[in-house]
Design a protein around this ligand. Structure first.
Ligand SMILES: Nc1ncnc2c1ncn2[C@@H]1O[C@H](COP(=O)(O)OP(=O)(O)O)[C@@H](O)[C@H]1O
Ligand SMILES: [Mg+2]
Length: 219
């Protein structure tokens, strides 16, 4: 049934508004399909806790950015996906740009800006032309939106300047998570809230090894 058909069935304006709200809510939730986190997640909860506390959820800050850094394969993207799943329904729109390092080389930054805009606005075929126009369009169209933006595997400050260049680009309550191997890149972009993903402690590392080796925690 379409929204129009539902509207025709409504007896009053308040019912129309109520149903409109439901439709809006359902479409937000459909877009919030959770990511697969890991086959055998171990120690993810503590990492989620650290990152969410740095994000300052519920605060009125215009934009809050947290950098997750650590060596390759340590679990940065996994942590970002797990945090995304936990908090995504608190936002008006969401965009998880995975693998930026490679996508920037293969497709360019303007293409990444187009993906960001399309996902957040829910519109297909957005074209920005070039990176500088892309910046203007992002600022103009997203400055009132409360978004969750995840920029995964960033390795150049230009990526951040093109995709999340300033605190005034997005609306109140926006949260940005950046994953990178390069701690200094975060400092260069003025990001002070950072979380280092460390190796699992012996006991947890053994648990993960057992899960992979025997597919069972108790072995
Ligand atoms: N906490 C964890 N528990 C279990 N598996 C994990 C955990 N963190 C990462 N992994 C696994 O390790 C691999 C590398 O993780 P990933 O998040 O891609 O690393 P990074 O983004 O730091 O390069 C993936 O296969 C992922 O499923
Ligand atoms: Mg990664």
């Amino acid at each position: 049934m379409t929204l129009f058909q539902l509207t025709c069935m409504c007896r009053s304006e308040s019912e129309y508004k109520f149903i409109g709200k439901i439709v809006e809510e359902v479409s937000i939730r459909i877009r919030c399909i959770p990511f697969h986190v890991a086959n055998y997640p171990v120690g993810v909860e503590s990492r989620i806790l650290e990152v969410t506390s740095l994000l300052g959820l519920g605060s009125d800050e215009r934009t809050n950015t947290v950098g997750i850094y650590g060596i390759g394969g340590i679990g940065k993207s996994t942590t970002a996906r797990a945090v995304h799943n936990l908090i995504v329904d608190q936002f008006e729109s969401v965009c998880f740009l995975a693998g930026i390092r490679e996508r920037a080389i293969n497709h360019g930054l303007a293409h990444l800006q187009e993906t960001l805009l399309s996902e957040i606005l829910g519109e297909k075929d957005i074209k920005v032309g070039d990176v500088y126009r892309g910046i203007s369009i992002i600022k103009r169209r997203l400055q009132r939106k409360k978004v969750l933006l995840i920029l995964d595997d960033v390795d150049k400050v230009e990526h951040l300047r093109a995709l999340a260049g300033g605190h005034d680009w997005f609306g109140l309550g926006t949260k940005i998570i950046i994953t990178t191997r390069d701690k200094h890149l975060l400092a260069t972009h003025g990001i002070v809230k950072v979380y280092k993903v460390k190796e699992l402690k012996n006991e947890k590392a053994f648990e993960l090894f057992s899960l992979h080796a025997f597919k069972n925690k108790k072995n």
